[in-house]
Design a protein around this ligand. Sequence first.
Ligand SMILES: Nc1ncnc2c1ncn2[C@@H]1O[C@H](COP(=O)(O)OP(=O)(O)OP(=O)(O)O)[C@@H](O)[C@H]1O
Length: 433
Amino acid sequence: MKERLFNNETNSDRPFADAPSRNGRSDDASSNTTILLIDDNPAIARAIDIALRMAGYRLDTASGPEEAYSRLAQRRYAAILLDMNFSTGSANGEEGLACLRRIVADDASACLVVITAHSGIRIAVAAMQAGARDFVMKPWRNADLIAKLEDAMARGRSGVSAAAGAPTVEAPAVLIGESAAMHDLRALIRRVGPIPASVAVTGPAGSGRALVARSIHAASPDAADPVTRFDLRRDDRWEQLAAASGTFVLHYADRLDQVAQEMLLDHLPPSVRCISIVHTIEPLIPALRRRLATIEVAVAPLAAREGDAVLLARHFVRIAANRFGKPGTYLTQAAEGVVRTTSWADEVRGLALAVERAVILADDGVIDTALLSPSSSVAAAVVAAEASFDLTDAERAMIEAALREHRHNVTHAAAALGLSRGALYRRMARYGL
Ligand SMILES: Nc1ncnc2c1ncn2[C@@H]1O[C@H](COP(=O)(O)OP(=O)(O)OP(=O)(O)O)[C@@H](O)[C@H]1O
């Protein structure tokens, strides 16, 4: 039941000129080590890619903060090389500093090296104060760049050297979203995380509560220790509680009846920090509310987070495109409009599911509105059934998909299929559904 949240890994003129790594190696020590470059200049990205590959490293590139957060939500990088300006004409380093602060807030152990213009000493100082481990000034010599990266990685705070290329287990808890609600949520997590008070994370299922709980733990002094998760619906919950220590993440306390809530109070060791995931704290008896919800961190429904659905959809496209081997898959503007205006059942998880399905069905890597329509799972079922050229199978598959899509709500499934409820019931009986 114990689970470790964190792996203990752990435009310029003439920026690149010369030798590979100071150790020139391409051996096991560095060959598994991946570095993230955040830079909007493809020429720089190509050149750094070559230099790092010659030194035995791998490079992932993000063209700006949005893509960077998405990549950082997927894996932990041994080091991050961050340019300080992204928009055309911007030179004050503010964009880079904001990105740096966000990355460090999400993952205090992130190893950041910033790239500044030759005259950017003020920016370099601000970046170091904000948590960068080092800076390089343009133009740089590749040998210096790699030496600084290697020194920064070696100075990692964790026990295992990132430069040793330890494989990534779990990505940092990165919350995608730029809405006011998400900015407030991040600020609250940063305030609450370090205090050993118990926290109740509230909100609709699928809205990201478990991710927020991880993020709170990541901001705590115990971040390097594993949390223990409990599903309070399980029969053996009381024995499990008694055997554990550290930080507890409790699921479904709000589903316990009054007697079980009192038993939970009796069984919770006094010294543990509890992070509870509940729909609302209303069903909690006052004493349990005091024990579990000293502070409430509310996760807003997706509909109340202006602009976040599109950022999340792009994030899920990147993940699914990578997972299903479909690089370059993207949402059309019209599809992003659908993402923005749809009320997603099951919140962020529902959106993620719709996007994954669309990525799979997008033959040409283009996700247009039709692929995002709620009935696209029905379409997918038809495609699958068509392969067998059996109309009976196709009809059954469509009905099954529509029922799944609408969580067995016959009225909604019938409407999606263009049938009356009675007609759907008759077919369900025929197919034994
Ligand atoms: N802001 C976010 N940024 C990135 N991913 C997110 C965000 N919110 C949710 N997700 C992803 O959506 C999915 C559902 O989130 P999560 O499991 O945290 O929801 P939940 O509210 O805990 O729901 P449940 O308790 O029903 O599992 C997960 O894959 C999670 O990583």
